[in-house]
Write a protein that binds this ligand. Structure first.
Ligand code: ADP
Length: 214
């Protein structure tokens, strides 16, 4: 992944089109003292990323879109499937003690929980575990199912959702991660969800760094 930074000349072209639109490539070339051939790749790029509109026989218009809207639509095209990571899953019957050990062994902050049918049933995070430990309960006897946040109160995403939507959910719900799921119908014709991945703040941060790394 790499993203485009506009050159000084491209910025000049945009300013010129803003003021003189519609303007032909001949006029732009003349104003900038360049040949049309030299300008061709700049105009192609600015049109491709949607900052300029080209109308045949009329000339170039300024679309009103900025480089930011280009970056925005670029980010919206990145799918959860492209960046998701492996989920760490435990069953509802797992003891809180074993679940805490799993947090350390797998180096994660959140566990996804599935029921006996292997469908998403909950999420257990650091704070959920701390609450129980502070409450001095027997964490060897207590199952994760008793302390987790439970369906239908789980926020999740699908693989084909954009990472932008995932980031909005993480922000709005003030959580660290989301299960990535596939919807299935069980034997009672009820909608259920299979856990197929995980999107966390770390995944989103990685995308951010990749975009910014030229
Ligand atoms: P931490 O406990 O490390 O602060 P979070 O901020 O993600 O982690 O979790 C805060 C609370 O939100 C916990 O009670 C957790 O069970 C719940 N939670 C975490 N992820 C989700 C999710 N995807 N959907 C619903 N609730 C969640």
């Amino acid at each position: 992944m790499s993203i485009i930074e506009l050159s000084q000349r491209q910025k000049e072209i945009i300013e010129m089109v803003k003021i003189n639109q519609p303007i032909t490539s001949e006029q732009i070339a003349e104003n900038l003292n360049l040949t049309r051939a030299t300008l061709r790749s700049d105009l192609a790029l600015l049109t491709m990323i949607g900052i300029l509109d080209a109308r045949p026989k009329v000339g170039y218009f300024y679309s009103g879109n900025s480089i930011h809207s280009f970056i925005g639509s670029y980010i919206q095209k990145i799918k959860v499937d492209d960046v998701k990571s492996l989920p760490i899953i435990v069953s509802e019957e797992t003891s809180v003690y074993d679940a805490i050990v799993t947090l350390f062994l797998e180096d994660v902050g959140t566990l996804f929980v599935q029921n006996q049918e292997k469908f998403l049933s909950g999420v257990a995070s650091r704070k959920d575990f701390l609450k129980i430990v502070v409450g001095n309960q027997d964490i060897h006897k207590m199952p994760v199912g008793m302390i987790m946040t439970r369906m239908p109160n789980i926020t999740f995403v699908y693989g084909e959702d954009s990472i932008y939507d995932a980031a909005i959910k993480i922000m709005n719900h003030e959580i660290d991660s989301l299960p990535v799921v596939e919807q299935v119908v069980d034997k009672n014709k009820e909608e259920q969800y299979k856990i197929i991945g995980k999107i966390s703040k770390t995944n989103i941060t990685k995308v951010f760094v990749e975009i910014a790394t030229k």
